[in-house]
Design a protein around this ligand. Sequence first.
Ligand SMILES: Cc1cc2nc3c(=O)[nH]c(=O)nc-3n(C[C@H](O)[C@H](O)[C@H](O)COP(=O)(O)O)c2cc1C
Length: 360
Amino acid sequence: MPSLFDPLDLGAIHAPNRILMSPLTRGRSTREHVPTAIMADYYVQRAAAGLIISEATGISREGLGWPFAPGLWTEAQVEGWKPVVEAIHNAGGRIVAQLWHMGRIVHPDFLGGAAPLSSSATTAPGEAHTYAGKQAYGQARAATRDDIARVLDDYSAATRNALRAGFDGVQLHAANGYLIDQFMRDNSNFRDDDYGGSPENRTRLLREATSRLIAEAGADRTAVRFSPNGEVQGVDDSDPESVFVPAARWLDDQGIAFLELRESKPGSSFRPSEEPRLSPAIRKVFKRPLILNQDYRLASAQADLDSGLADGIAFGRTFLANPDLVERLRRDAPLNRANPATFYTQGAEGYLDYPLLESA
Ligand SMILES: Cc1cc2nc3c(=O)[nH]c(=O)nc-3n(C[C@H](O)[C@H](O)[C@H](O)COP(=O)(O)O)c2cc1C
């Protein structure tokens, strides 16, 4: 059985270990969504990860509604990413860009007051993070065929931009209640065209967007992220297995580099769920590298590798709080705890100052 510290080929990307850094939005870019120098420092601190999955990165103005999150649709953003990616490579690391369209989670404030795009005219529950603080979400409008065509073109352009910026590949963000997830689930997609109704139709946008990434980056540099079990940002499904198992089989047929699942567990401090994990069913149809995430520690991570359920494990908050996580896991050393108060604040505090083992 492989150990967490054994290498793993993720398509064309050679990971020296099976400890991935999961995508983590941190809000350290500029208001124009251009990456900043401290982002290079932050990622370099974590470059020992088998693979870094970048914080979610907007594919378009329309698709990004998070204050100070990065984008990949302007030249300035591409230029801003270049030194970040180069620094990670110089430190011996690897990074793929997580490509993000937030759909109805974009507050109208980011769109000059216009309604955000979604599968159907729905409103997300709760409040959006905006530059003016937390505000109730606005009602989305249902995407037209032209909207869908434009969004797909934006995925293509963002993939090309990611490659120009030097990223090792791309990950389609199809998790956590954002646009692709809003299309996939039967409590947020009420369309009566060929993007709605059956699971086959609701996963059409997923397949079309994935195909755009593959066309630009190659399947062996394309990954996808799902969050198949449990409600997230108001998005849920009456029968997730009917959606995600066929979708995973299709992704396997395309030969993507890896599939990552964020699986919720009862009592989790991050979006807890009582719904069973889908990884056992997905593992049966997805034979390529399967990466699992959420609430892992050393023993549970190694156990899911030992059972063959996972090929690698992505760590989120533990990587956020422990720049030297790989070394800490290797030594089974104590872990720093993440401080939620500085998750999304600007500047270096709570970003660059988590102590290393030697200095803890
Ligand atoms: C501060 C923070 C930011 C996050 N940003 C993203 C993101 O940009 N994209 C994404 O897919 N998931 C995001 N997540 C979810 C994490 O990648 C991960 O799935 C979650 O933290 C559970 O894993 P963990 O228990 O190892 O932390 C975020 C989570 C946190 C705590």
